[in-house]
Ligand binder design. Structure first.
Ligand SMILES: [Fe+2]
Ligand SMILES: [Fe+2]
Length: 135
C-alpha cells in the first residue's frame, strides 16, 4: 500500500499538497480492495478517490492550459484513463458486477510510478522552467 514518501515531492507546492491527499486516498482504496470490504464501503472509498482526483486533475489541467504545456493532450489522456478505471469500479459496486481488486490495485501502483513520477514531474519541470524565464 503506498504511503506518502518524499520521493513524490516535485517542487510545486499546490501539486505536492494535492498529491499527498491523492496518495492517501489511493492507499485507502487499496486497503478496501485487499480486505474485500463490503460493496458499500468500497464504493465510498472509490467515490472519495474520484472526487479528490477530479479536483486535482482540474488544477493540473488549468496550469497546463495557462502555461501552454506542449504535452497537454497526452497528459490529459492519462488522467482520463484513471478516472475511467475508478468510475468503472464505482459502477461495479453499484451493479454487483465482479471487479478484479488485485488488478485495480496494481493499476494504481503503476499509475503512481508512471504518472506522478514521470508525467507530472515533466509538467512541474516545465512550469518551473517557464516561471524562471518569466522572472
Ligand atoms: Fe497529472
Ligand atoms: Fe498529479
Amino acid at each position: 500500500m503506498p504511503t506518502w514518501n518524499d520521493k513524490y515531492l516535485l517542487g510545486h507546492a499546490a501539486i505536492d499538497r494535492q498529491h499527498r491527499d491523492l496518495i492517501e486516498n489511493i492507499g485507502s482504496l487499496q486497503q478496501a480492495l485487499d480486505k474485500s470490504t463490503n460493496r458499500e464501503t468500497l464504493k465510498k472509498s472509490a467515490e472519495k478517490l474520484l472526487t479528490c482526483s477530479l479536483g486535482h486533475f482540474n488544477s493540473e489541467e488549468f496550469l497546463m492550459e495557462q502555461g501552454e504545456f506542449p504535452e497537454k493532450n497526452e497528459h490529459i489522456k492519462e488522467h482520463e484513463l484513471f478516472v475511467n478505471r475508478i468510475s468503472h469500479l464505482k459502477t461495479a459496486c453499484e451493479t454487483g458486477e465482479e471487479a478484479d481488486g488485485g488488478e485495480i490495485s496494481s493499476f494504481l501502483d503503476r499509475w503512481l510510478k508512471t504518472h506522478i513520477l514521470r508525467t507530472d514531474r515533466a509538467l512541474v519541470e516545465y512550469l518551473l522552467q517557464k516561471s524562471k524565464v518569466l522572472l
